[in-house]
Design a protein around this ligand. Structure first.
Ligand SMILES: [Zn+2]
Length: 239
């Protein structure tokens, strides 16, 4: 397995603003502290989020892009791509595969972090249909699209984007976790990032508690010491 020292660039692909912060912002903080460049590719602007009917959906999209940009800064990320696919109607279409392949060829990451395309029956919120579709499209972009010069030929012919082969994928919210990142030192920054999503959070204290509970239970399941926090992933060799 590639150690973090061999990793220079990581691309995180998620369906909605805030997904990255629930799933992986602690690991992102650890990685950027190590000098790794982390970029975010967010498939939708999250315009179907929130519960205030007086906010127009286009205003909500603007709000959520700004919230995600602020959250990213908390964990050392300033390179964000918003693909603008419709929130609540994401499909693993050829168009989405092409859009994610474009970002992969631009960023040239050694690791892609994405959601899981498999429904998690233990935790249904992890399996929003947009998450499943965004994850499926991301995996198709990793293999074969981004590495195949003849897939989405406009990327090379019109935009000059050379094929790029991503050697590994880490899936969040996977039922078969096989790697983890100890996030004990950065848990406060993860929570700070999540709390940037103010349009989506009704109770900041409850969110703080939830994230600590999650982090602690993942740490326990991975055999870490008491009082530790962690995020776990399923690593897939895509070399
Ligand atoms: Zn989501």
């Amino acid at each position: 397995m590639a150690g973090d020292l061999e990793i220079e660039r990581i691309l995180v692909v998620t369906a909605h603003p805030d997904d990255v912060d629930f799933g992986t912002a602690g690991s992102v903080a650890v990685w950027t502290d190590q000098g790794i460049q982390v970029s975010y590719c967010i498939v939708t602007d999250g315009e179907a989020g929130g519960s205030d009917p007086s906010v127009t959906r286009s205003d909500m999209a603007t709000i959520r892009r700004a919230e995600q940009t602020a959250a990213a800064e908390c964990v050392g990320v300033t390179d964000l791509f918003f693909l603008g696919h419709p929130d609540g109607r994401v499909q693993a279409s050829i168009a989405l595969r092409c859009d994610i392949s474009r970002v992969i060829r631009q960023v040239r990451p050694q690791r892609v972090v994405c959601q899981s395309p498999q429904r998690n029956f233990q935790r249904i919120y992890a399996s929003h249909p947009d998450h499943l579709a965004a994850a499926e499209a991301a995996l198709c972009a990793v293999y074969p699209d981004a590495r195949n010069a003849f897939a989405h030929p406009e990327l090379l012919d019109d935009e000059g984007l050379e094929p790029w082969s991503v050697p590994e994928v880490w899936m969040m919210a996977a039922s078969d976790a096989n790697v983890h990142v100890d996030t004990t030192e950065v848990i406060d920054r993860k929570i700070k990032a999540l709390l940037c999503h103010t349009s989506q959070i009704a109770d900041a204290d409850a969110m703080d508690n939830l994230i600590r509970q999650w982090g602690a239970s993942v740490a326990k399941s991975r055999g870490l010491a008491d009082d530790s926090y962690a995020e776990a992933f399923q690593r897939i060799d895509t070399a």
